[in-house]
Design a protein around this ligand. Structure first.
Ligand code: T5A
Length: 209
């Protein structure tokens, strides 16, 4: 008998296949009789979606500073966690997040190399210990992931950050997975069907726990 909602975060670099596997996870959970709510970060509420527009795009010659980028990511997260994720979990629904906190640790912390103690202070202010019950990390070589993203259209401001940026972000993700028992590593270089099969296997295992 399922009585409490759970929060599953799906993480990974651009083109890792997060959106692709999320629909498969939703299907498996619904078949188990669970109400599912999908979110994405940055975004997921009207205000957080407006922040997403701000943070993903270029502002002509105006540089988006690393501090601004970090603060906007956590501002959007605060709106989403307090207005959507926590209330949905309280109703007993499950939430699947297309990205969550680890994206900031990987992109702003690893990729942009922002000051760690500042990052941790903003994180604590925003989340106050709130974490995902399960994090699925889809691992992809950045060059492969960016090529997948590029095949869908032009790269946005963050996607143009360069390979070294994404290599650092990937290294942070790998470190986070190694440090957290509630995280699962998925090799996302495999074909779509194989990746989905692996993810579904982990979800079914999680459901049995
Ligand atoms: N960001 C976000 C931060 O810097 N800090 C933060 O705190 C947060 C929350 C968000 C941007 O913001 C940054 C990260 C991002 O730059 P986004 O659009 O939400 O942007 O995230 P993206 O990762 O850019 O989204 P993508 O759509 O590129 O990645 P997905 O969802 O992982 O990939 P998906 O499923 O859309 O697939 C991409 C393409 O690859 C194909 C798909 O068909 C699709 O065409 N594909 C595969 N091809 C071959 N084999 C597979 N296994 C495949 N899986 C998918």
């Amino acid at each position: 008998m399922i009585t409490a909602g759970k929060f599953i975060a799906v993480e990974g670099l651009e083109g890792a296949g997060k959106s692709t596997v999320i629909s498969a996870i939703k299907h498996v959970l619904q078949q188990a009789g669970i109400n599912v709510v999908l979110t994405r970060e940055p975004g997921g509420t009207p205000m957080a979606e407006a922040i997403r527009e701000c943070v993903k795009h270029d502002w002509q010659d105006e540089k988006v500073t690393e501090q601004t980028e970090l603060l906007l990511m956590y501002a959007a997260r605060s709106q989403l966690v307090e207005n959507t994720i926590k209330p949905q979990l309280a109703l007993g629904n499950w939430v699947i997040g297309d990205r969550h906190d680890w994206s900031s640790l990987a992109y702003q912390g690893g990729g942009r190399q922002v000051n760690q103690s500042h990052l941790m202070a903003i994180r604590e202010l925003t989340l106050q210990g709130f974490t995902a019950d399960l994090t699925l990390y889809l691992d992809i070589d950045p060059a492969v992931g960016l090529e997948r993203a590029r095949s869908r259209g032009e790269l946005d401001r963050i996607e143009q950050s360069g390979l070294a940026f994404f290599e650092r972000a990937r290294a942070t993700y790998l470190q986070l997975v190694a440090e957290h028992d509630e995280a699962v590593f998925v090799d996302a270089s495999q074909g779509v069907e194989q990746v989905k099969e692996t993810v579904i296997h982990h979800i079914q295992h999680f459901l049995q726990d």
